[in-house]
Design a protein around this ligand. Structure first.
Ligand code: PMP
Length: 438
C-alpha cells in the first residue's frame, strides 16, 4: 500500500540524521529504533490502520505503537473526548475530578480483581506501584517473576525477560546500571511450571512480597497459561499471604474488558493495566484489593506513597473512558478474535503450503509467526530456538510490500478495529509472495 505519488525521500534523511546526533540511538528508546529495521525512519501521521512516514510511504500497521491502538489510529470519538478534556484544562493537581471517578468506576465494574484504583501514566509505573503496595503490605522484599515476562524498565522487574540460553534459571539483569540489591531481590521461575513455582513460594514464604506475571506472556509472542499453573499460583500465594499481581498491560482491554482474569477464572490481588486502556494516550492504572490500595490513601501513619504530577491527567482519562465505552458497546473483542483467527489460520496454511518450518501463535487480536520452531510453546525456553534471521527476512519482505510490524522475532502483530477483510487479504497475498522467496 505504498503511495509513490507523494514520496518525498529527501525529507527523511535530514530528520533521521539529526535524530542520530541528538537523540541516543536516533529514536526514543532502543526498542523503538529496532522496531523498524535499522531505525532510519521517521513517521509523521497515522489514521485507522495506516501509518505514514515523512516520505509519504504508507503501511498497514500491525505494530500499533507496541499494542495500545486497539480502536485504530486517530480514532474520532477517542480524540474528540481527549480534545474536550483539553478544552477544560489538562491538569489540576488538587482534589479529584468527575472523570477520574468515572474511569475508576468502569475499572471496578469490569475487572474482577479491582475494588479500588490508582491512575498513572505508563505500564512501568503501574507495576512499580503494585510492587510497592505488596512490599508494604507484607513487610517483605523479594518479588518472584517469570522468564519471558516483561513488566517495564525499572530495576525491580527488568530481570530475565530475555535471558540468553546459558543464563536461564539465573537472575539476568536486562540493563547496565541496575541496582544489584534490586536484582538480588527478584527471583525468577520458568513460566507454566506449577511444581517449580510452588517450591519457590514455599521456600520464600517468609521473605516474598509478591508474585508478578503476564497471565498470557506476549513479550515472547504468546504463551498460553496452563490452567493448573494459574490455579496453583493462586492457591499457594493465598496460603502464604503473598499478593499475586497480574500484569495486564498488554492483555487488559485488548483481549477483553475484563482482562485475562475474566477468561481464566483466577482473580489476582493486584492488576496493572495500560496500553489499550487509552487507545494510545498515556494512561495506566494499578487496581486491586481495597485493603492493598487503601495503603496509598495518605491517611495512615506509615502509608504508601503513590505519586506523580501527571497521574490521572485529564486527556488520558477522557481517552480511557471513551475507549472503554467503545470496546464494550461495540464488542470489539468479538470482531478482533474472529479476524485474528483468520490471520492465524491463513498464515498457518501458507507455512504449510510453502513447506516452511515454523508456527503461528497468538490470542485474539495478537499473533506471531515464529520460524524454525514447532508445537505450542509453554515456556520461555520453547521460544528460544526460533530462527531470527528468517523472521527478519520475512518482516523486511512484508515491509517492502506495505505491511509493517517490528522485525523483532520475539514480538507480535496486533490488530485494531480499523483492520478489516481488505487488510487480511492483502496481508496474506503479500505473505504468500514473501514466503515463496524465503
Ligand atoms: N508490562 C507489560 C506486559 C508490557 O508489555 C509493558 C510494555 N511493553 C510494560 C509492562 C511497561 O509498560 P510501559 O512501556 O508503558 O512502561
Amino acid at each position: 500500500v505504498k503511495d509513490d505519488s507523494s514520496t518525498n525521500t529527501d525529507r527523511m534523511e535530514p530528520i533521521v540524521d539529526r535524530a542520530r546526533e541528538i537523540i541516543p540511538g536516533g529514536a526514543q528508546t532502543g526498542l523503538r529504533a529496532q522496531a523498524y529495521d535499522t531505525g532510519d525512519v521517521a513517521f509523521e501521521s497515522a489514521s485507522g490502520a495506516t501509518l505514514t512516514t515523512v516520505a509519504g510511504e504508507q503501511y498497514a500497521d500491525y505494530h500499533l505503537g507496541f499494542g495500545p491502538i486497539i480502536l485504530g489510529h486517530a480514532h474520532e470519538d477517542v480524540d474528540a473526548a481527549a480534545r474536550a478534556a483539553i478544552d477544560d484544562g489538562v491538569l489540576y493537581g488538587a482534589g479529584t475530578t468527575p472523570l477520574e471517578v468515572e474511569v475508576a468506576e468502569r475499572l471496578v465494574d469490569l475487572v474482577p480483581s479491582v475494588e479500588m484504583v490508582n491512575f498513572c501514566n505508563s505500564g512501568s509505573e503501574a507495576t512499580y506501584h503494585a510492587i510497592r503496595l505488596a512490599r508494604a503490605a507484607t513487610g517483605n522484599e523479594k518479588v518472584l517473576k517469570f522468564e519471558g515476562c516483561y513488566h517495564g524498565w525499572h530495576d525491580y522487574v527488568d530481570v530475565s525477560v530475555y535471558p540468553p540460553a546459558n543464563r536461564i534459571g539465573e537472575r539476568y539483569p536486562e540493563s547496565d546500571g541496575m541496582l544489584s540489591a534490586a536484582v538480588k531481590n527478584t527471583l525468577v521461575a520458568p513460566f507454566n511450571d506449577p511444581d517449580a513455582v510452588e517450591e519457590i513460594i514455599r521456600d520464600h514464604s517468609n521473605d516474598l512480597a509478591a508474585v508478578i506475571l503476564e497471565p498470557v506472556p506476549h513479550s515472547v509472542g504468546c504463551l498460553h497459561p496452563r490452567t493448573e499453573f494459574l490455579e496453583t499460583l493462586r492457591e499457594v500465594t493465598e496460603v502464604h499471604g503473598v499478593p499475586l499481581i497480574f500484569d495486564e498491560v498488554i492483555s487488559g482491554f485488548r483481549h477483553s474488558p475484563h482482562g485475562i482474569q475474566g477468561e481464566v477464572n483466577v482473580t489476582p490481588d493486584l492488576t496493572c493495566v495500560a496500553k489499550a486502556l487509552g487507545n494510545g494516550y498515556p494512561v495506566a492504572a494499578v487496581g486491586g484489593r481495597s485493603d492493598l490500595l487503601a495503603q496509598a490513601g495518605g491517611d495512615n501513619e506509615s502509608g504508601v506513597v503513590i505519586s506523580g504530577t501527571y497521574s490521572g491527567s485529564l486527556p488520558g482519562l477522557a481517552a480511557a473512558r471513551e475507549t472503554i465505552d467503545t470496546i464494550v458497546a461495540e464488542d470489539v473483542q468479538a470482531y478482533l478474535t474472529d479476524l485474528g483467527d483468520r490471520y492465524r489460520d491463513g498464515l498457518a496454511d501458507l507455512l504449510e503450503d510453502h513447506g516452511v518450518d515454523g508456527r503461528v501463535v497468538g490470542h485474539r487480536s495478537i499473533f506471531s509467526v515464529q520460524f524454525g520452531v514447532r508445537g505450542e510453546p509453554h515456556t520461555y525456553e520453547d521460544v528460544l530456538g526460533l530462527d531470527e534471521d528468517r523472521f527478519h527476512a520475512f518482516a523486511s519482505g512484508m515491509r517492502e510490500r506495505g505491511h509493517f510490524f517490528t522485525p523483532n522475532p520475539y514480538k507480535r502483530h496486533h490488530l485494531s478495529a480499523a483492520h478489516d477483510e481488505t487488510h487480511l487479504e492483502s496481508y496474506l497475498d503479500a505473505a504468500d509472495a514473501v514466503l515463496a522467496e524465503l
